[in-house]
Design a binder for this molecule. Structure first.
Ligand SMILES: *[C@@H]1O[C@H](CO)[C@@H](O)[C@H](O)[C@H]1NC(C)=O
Ligand SMILES: *[C@@H]1O[C@H](CO)[C@@H](O)[C@H](O)[C@H]1NC(C)=O
Ligand SMILES: *[C@@H]1O[C@H](CO)[C@@H](O)[C@H](O)[C@H]1NC(C)=O
Ligand SMILES: *[C@@H]1O[C@H](CO)[C@@H](O)[C@H](O)[C@H]1NC(C)=O
Ligand SMILES: *[C@@H]1O[C@H](CO)[C@@H](O)[C@H](O)[C@H]1NC(C)=O
Length: 498
């Protein structure tokens, strides 16, 4: 119930701040609670059966007009979604043949971005398994949002505004162009289009968000040129919340959301069954690594490949293409207690989320691989679900990964694995058509977090406070890791690695 009799906020007669200073005696609370209880019952009955009851007993006499019983369950959750000109999304999908000369990207875009459905394998779920590519998040979020239960056609009632721009697909098509005018054309067009919308000035874009299915690095080209386009440096986009698969620890308005793994379930029961299966899984290897080498023989990856190769307790799978053998890759992750997730081309990996799906405890070598990312989805206490071995210790000091893992007592390992299995629903993307599900998936968690971020700003503006929730620069990541209620940043255990 919303009302808290103890803090006297709705104290009878008064209604000012007085009631909140004087704690009402206990007997009064009980009386008040029972009055409120009956008011709730009668109000509820009245909304079901017409106005008769309210004639006898006006709920407003108890200052209840704003309580939520029987009210719209979408209140505070409405999303307004732009119907963008097709050049910003659908047309980019139609050009899928141009994404790559070697790979068939069109095939990866089917089923709203989940890719081709996979036949049941030894290590995949019986149904709901897909060959999902790491760059498809724009399609996945858009498909879910089209069926979001609280979409509104009225932007003035929306808690947040979704911009279904396929920024990553634009990048995939155009980042390779050396002519910067051409490379940036569509992202500039997007920013210009947004600021001309009547929906823009109400919060100057601070209520807007978009999902880019690539890393932030692709969208923050510095002024002196180099890689990427400048999408996330445009003033309009800087006012928005941008979700990416890898956020920059030094940028304030981008937030990482989980990569999509292989399982997109349609029911709560499918998820529970999978979690049980991962609990019972026999884990034959102490540790495992799914991935290939990268240039350089003094990297943590080179060390992993060397150490794993020499150990009979480590399993390794280095497929040429991720898409060639999802069943074998999942099989490896499901049969290991720990899965090592080193940096590769960038800090994060889709494999981290494959490992969580497999109930395998992830081992990270850099805080940016997970701990400064995914702060909406993964627990703040990283030791509860993962192991951290600084990559410098492995690459430079020849620390043995296996020895570090063997130091962890079996009861602790069991606790961590249970925590990983508990995280599975939160980091997966469910089938968008599915109805009546109770569990919250990665989409639900992300949308709730965006709405919360916008609501804080809205509240501050209404109270006339100056508000700043977007800290760029060297310590930006520390703001994302603040504990609830904590305002100031200070020294952090990750300082030596950042
Ligand atoms: C880049 O392309 C635009 C047209 O798309 C053209 O006007 C411009 O001259 C080109 N710039 C260079 C440096 O080639
Ligand atoms: C971004 O937001 C600020 C207020 O925080 C506003 O003054 C500015 O005009 C906005 N930028 C754009 C491009 O709308
Ligand atoms: C590492 O690479 C360097 C230069 O490429 C080479 O000289 C050296 O032998 C390599 N070390 C090992 C252990 O492979
Ligand atoms: C690293 O340690 C292993 C044993 O733990 C040893 O066999 C190997 O030679 C060491 N490598 C270097 C470069 O010191
Ligand atoms: C927000 O705070 C940061 C760090 O204190 C500062 O650099 C930035 O200019 C502030 N932005 C605004 C709009 O006040």
């Amino acid at each position: 119930m919303e009302m808290d009799a103890a803090n006297g906020k709705h104290s009878v007669g008064g209604g000012s701040g007085v009631g909140s200073l004087l704690r009402p005696p206990r007997i009064f609370c009980i009386t008040l609670l029972s009055i409120v209880f009956w008011a709730v019952i009668i109000y509820f009955v009245s909304t079901m059966q017409g106005n008769m009851a309210s004639l006898l007993f006006k709920p407003s006499a108890f200052s209840l007009p704003s309580f939520r019983f029987g009210r719209d369950r979408c209140v505070g959750r409405y999303i307004y979604m732009y119907d963008l000109p097709p050049r910003f999304n659908a047309d980019l999908v139609r050009r899928c043949r141009q994404f790559s000369v070697t790979d068939d990207i069109c095939k990866l875009m089917v089923n709203d971005g989940f890719g081709a459905e996979l036949p049941p394998g030894d290590s995949l779920p019986e149904k709901g398994a897909y060959d999902t590519d790491q760059y498809m998040l724009e399609l996945i979020y858009h498909a879910r949002m089209k069926r979001y239960e609280c979409l509104t056609a009225d932007p003035s009632t929306a808690a947040a505004v979704y911009v279904p721009f396929y920024a990553g697909f634009d990048a995939s098509l155009n980042l390779w162009k050396s002519n910067l005018t051409d490379r940036d054309a569509l992202s500039r067009d997007m920013a210009d289009w947004l600021v001309r919308r009547p929906e823009w000035p109400s919060m100057w874009g601070h209520d807007h968000f978009l999902v880019a299915g690539r890393a932030t690095w692709d969208f923050i080209r510095s002024k002196d040129g180099g890689w990427g386009n400048p999408l996330m440096t445009y003033p309009a986009i800087r006012n928005m919340t941008v979700l990416t698969i890898e956020a920059s620890p030094w940028q304030g308005n981008d937030f990482a959301v989980p990569f999509a793994s292989h399982f997109h379930p349609s029911s709560d029961a499918d998820v529970l069954r999978w979690q049980d299966r991962m609990r019972q899984q026999e884990r034959r290897s102490l540790w495992g690594f799914a991935g290939g080498p990268r240039p350089g023989n003094t990297t943590v990856r080179a060390q992993i490949i060397e150490q794993c190769g020499k150990s009979s307790s480590c399993a390794m799978f280095g497929a040429k293409s991720y898409h060639s053998s999802p069943d074998q890759i999942m099989g490896l992750l499901e049969s290991a207690e720990f899965c090592v997730e080193p940096c590769g081309d960038s800090f994060t990996r889709k494999s981290t989320f494959d490992a969580i799906l497999a109930g395998c405890i992830p081992v990270f070598f850099h805080p940016i691989s997970a701990y400064t990312q995914y702060t909406w989805h993964l627990p703040r206490d990283y030791r509860s679900y993962s192991v951290f071995i600084p990559q410098i210790d492995v690459a430079k000091r020849n620390v043995s990964i296996e020895e570090e893992l063997r130091k962890i007592p079996p009861t602790k390992v069991a606790q961590m694995r249970e925590e990983v299995i508990r995280l599975i629903p939160r980091v997966m993307y469910r089938e968008p058509m599915a109805k009546g599900l109770v569990f919250k998936d990665a989409f639900d968690v992300a949308v709730a977090a965006v709405i919360d971020r916008v609501a804080k700003r809205r509240r501050a503006t209404a109270e006339g406070r100056e508000y700043n929730d977007s800290f760029d620069g060297y310590f930006s990541w520390k703001y994302d890791l603040l504990e609830p209620g904590q305002k100031d940043i200070g020294p952090h255990e990750f300082d030596p690695y950042m």
